[in-house]
Design a protein around this ligand. Structure first.
Ligand code: HEC
Length: 461
């Protein structure tokens, strides 16, 4: 009996050993056989090509095997360091829909592939390069609104702030799903914020004529709007067309959030215009023309639940503490907080700072003391300012307090500091505070009033 048992044990041991050998040798084989066709192309096409293609944000294409081979060493480097794909939010703190994050395994495969000399594998097995619509991150829009004329930017090294009107006319009233601002001079455009103005067909108007672009963002806005022929031309009241605020938005790296059909959407009248009440170009050293344009995507279903937006901090609902002054040679943290008076479902969040931003952290405290994590950015990067959309709406109950902490690094050692030696940086005055070299500390969030079951809505695109 004893003998049999020993034999079984021994046999098992051998089986296990053989198995282990098999696994490790097949792993070794797998590792050596990482090919473009089988492993790498799917990673690149999914995670890199949406930006690394013509007319998108990235400086070179990653569409083919040859493209990837040419940049192999750099690809290995930027994925090892997690610099690419760009996604500054810490996904160990909160997860988001459509996260641009490679798995550890994908990163290891990219490394092995480069170190093994970028083998192609069986080119017959290669997945086809996905086809993208050129001129949009999303695909073919239902309406493209081109500018009436391009903006002329002088190469005099100063920031430019403009108001820019994009009039349109469509066949009949419809509903917009979302709008995409497509920057032409991508490197210069620092931010865009705009409204939709809609005309009542029964009134008289001439919004296609008048000034198209105004450099005057400081004087009486009503005067500027008159020069742009925005008000109605009859004598009836109200004189000003209907305004749907904040329908256009752009920041470096921004990709508009897209929600499921039961969420969001707004009316687009037959006659109207997008009014960029503020487009900001950073300083340029060369004379340039900018022909940015607007893509509109329609929605075939009626509006069920509209989205609202609020912001804390600069220009927002809550004050910044202490006063927002960042002295030279200091790393300083600021705080802002706000208590909700009704329950909401948060859809997406957009942390905003400028060049010397260092870290950003937002969470909510429930009345019972529990914490709801919202977002953490451990290394702020001015170039990537997403609207981070949650996988499912995040419920914040009435009485919950949102806390936001932002740290700014105004030391000489900070390579992103626009001033060497450093100077006192504040938020400046009004619109001018939007200069890149001044700072902002903002937490923007989009939400809906809470409804039972919101936590289960899937927001993945
Ligand atoms: C959201 C858009 C986006 C995605 C997705 C993206 N990139 Fe990029 N990439 C950029 C932009 C913009 C730049 C140029 C600005 C910069 O270097 O920060 C860039 C630069 C690079 C560079 C050059 C870096 C340097 O220092 O010269 C490499 C290499 C690169 N990307 C590789 C990749 C790879 C590999 C992926 C996928 C795993 C990827 N990128 C995904 C937008 C993107």
């Amino acid at each position: 009996m004893k003998f049999v048992a020993e034999k079984i044990v021994q046999k098992n041991y051998i089986v296990v050993l053989v198995c282990l050998l098999c696994v490790s040798c097949s792993q070794k084989n797998e590792e050596q056989n990482i090919t473009w066709s089988k492993h790498i192309a799917p990673i690149v096409f999914k995670n890199c090509t949406p930006c690394h293609r013509p007319n998108e944000a990235a400086p070179f294409n990653l569409l083919t095997y040859a493209d990837a081979v040419k940049k192999a060493q750099l690809i290995k480097f930027v994925t090892q360091t997690r610099y690419m794909p760009p996604f500054p939010a810490d996904v160990n703190y909160t997860h988001f829909a459509n996260e641009l994050v490679l798995t550890d395994e994908e990163i290891a495969q990219l490394k092995t592939w480069v170190e093994n000399g970028t083998p192609r594998g069986d080119s017959l097995q290669e997945p086809k390069t996905p086809t993208f619509y050129s001129g949009s991150y999303f695909g073919k829009p239902d309406l493209i609104i081109k500018p009436q004329k391009p903006v002329q930017i002088k190469g005099n090294g100063t920031d430019v702030f403009l108001i820019w009107k994009f009039p349109y006319e469509i066949e009949r009233d419809t509903i917009v799903d979302f709008v995409e601002f497509v920057p032409h001079q991508r490197k210069l455009i620092h931010h865009v914020n705009g409204h939709l103005i809609s005309y009542d067909e029964k009134r008289s108007f001439n919004y296609f004529s008048g000034e198209n672009i105004s450099a005057d963002t400081k004087s009486q806005l009503m005067e500027v709007y008159k020069q742009m022929h925005i008000p109605y031309t009859d004598q009836l009241q109200p004189n000003f067309p209907t305004l749907t605020p904040n329908t256009i938005y752009y920041l470096p790296g921004y990709i508009p959030p897209v929600y499921p059909k039961e969420i969001g959407g707004y009316k687009l009248k037959k006659h109207g215009a997008f009014l960029l009440n503020n487009i900001h170009y950073g300083p340029s050293n060369a004379d340039l023309l900018d022909s940015s344009y607007i893509n509109v995507f329609f929605r075939k279903t009626p509006i069920q639940r509209s989205i609202r937006e609020s912001q804390l901090g600069t220009f927002g609902l809550s004050n910044i503490e202490p006063e927002f002054i960042i002295p030279p040679n200091e790393v300083k943290t600021f705080h802002t907080h706000y208590t909700l008076t009704s329950p909401i479902s948060v859809l997406s969040v957009n942390p905003h700072m400028h060049l010397i931003g260092k870290t950003f952290w937002a969470f909510a405290l429930k009345p019972n003391g529990d914490t709801v994590p919202l977002i953490k950015i451990n290394k702020w990067d001015f170039r990537w300012q997403y609207y981070y959309t949650y996988k499912h709406p995040v419920k914040l109950e009435s009485g919950a307090t949102i806390h936001v902490y932002g740290t700014f690094d105004n030391r000489n050692e900070n390579p992103n500091n626009p001033f060497h030696p450093p100077r006192t940086i504040t938020q400046g005055n009004g619109i001018e505070s939007m200069k890149t070299t001044e700072e902002m500390f903002q937490f923007i969030f989009t939400y809906m009033p809470y409804k039972e079951g919101d936590e289960r809505i899937d927001l993945e695109r």
